[in-house]
Design a protein around this ligand. Structure first.
Ligand code: SAM
Length: 253
């Protein structure tokens, strides 16, 4: 097994592949009006679908959940069948870099902990085409919570995600790219620790044992441990922030 397969194997049994919670998904959903039985929703970078299931249980339209990893989608397909949601929720294995849907195809674009894979600005720009005017986009994105911060955390995150920025700059980017900002809120600590890092730390030792402490696997686990440690020490300086915005009616911007 190469490292990518090991990483997929490590994350596939987790409830979520990034910080979040059912409660925060529902909180973001509360800002979105006009959804009906006819609404079309796309969940981009769905992973094993924690938020897909919350969306399905709290909306009545059709949802297409996309991810580039078939192993994650198999897990989500099991959940969809288990809840008998197959008439409303489908999965498609594809890249978020190329979404072959017609213009204005969706009423709502959802991307929890995933827009960083295409980049915040590029995601907002590229995905706008498939969103109806007046439709909503809801994304969570790592953001600075303060104007200044210790050098250690600044260096760590700018090296790992160059687009990290303050909330006000993220909102300015949203507005400059053809959307009206509707709301934003900061994900609480429980989304990071209880729902994401602690389950990872709890699984690490057994997983290392399963693969005989392979060197590249040890490095991958250590990178996760460092990330969790940075979060614990510097959590007042950054978090995932949920941004909810509406596509403007004027396309010519
Ligand atoms: N939304 C899920 C959650 O919050 O649990 C998953 C978040 S995880 C941090 C990011 C997801 O994006 C992974 O499932 C990964 O496979 C997917 N992903 C990464 N790059 C992608 C791409 N280019 N196209 C589609 N999916 C991608």
């Amino acid at each position: 097994m190469d490292l990518l397969d090991l990483m997929i194997d490590f994350h596939k049994d987790a409830l979520r592949q990034g910080p979040g919670s059912d409660q925060e998904t529902k909180r973001a959903l509360m800002f979105i009006d006009n959804l009906s039985d006819n609404s079309k929703i796309i969940d981009i970078g769905c992973g094993t679908g924690a938020q897909t299931m919350t969306l399905a249980e709290n909306t009545s339209g059709k949802i297409v959940a996309i991810d580039m990893l078939p192993v994650f989608l198999e897990k989500l397909n099991e959940k969809i069948l288990d809840k008998k949601l197959e008439n409303r929720v489908t999965t498609e294995c594809r890249s978020m870099l190329e979404l072959p849907y017609p213009d204005n195809a969706f009423d709502l674009i959802w991307a929890e902990g995933s827009i960083y894979n295409i980049g915040f600005i590029k995601g907002l720009q590229d995905w706008k085409r498939i969103l109806k005017a007046g439709g909503y986009i809801a994304v969570s994105e790592i953001s600075w919570l303060t104007d200044t911060r210790p050098q250690e955390v600044e260096k760590y995150w700018t090296q790992n995600y160059a687009e990290i920025d303050t909330i006000s700059n993220k909102i300015a980017v949203i507005e400059a790219n053809g959307y009206t900002p509707v709301a934003h809120f900061v994900l609480p600590e429980s989304c990071w620790i209880e729902n994401y890092y602690q389950p990872i730390l709890d699984r690490s030792e057994d997983f290392l044992k399963k693969y005989d402490y392979a060197e590249d696997l040890k490095q991958f686990i250590e990178a996760g441990r460092i990330e969790a440690d940075i979060y614990k020490r510097f959590k007042e300086y950054y978090s995932y922030v949920f941004y909810i915005a509406k596509k403007k009616y004027d396309h010519n911007i």
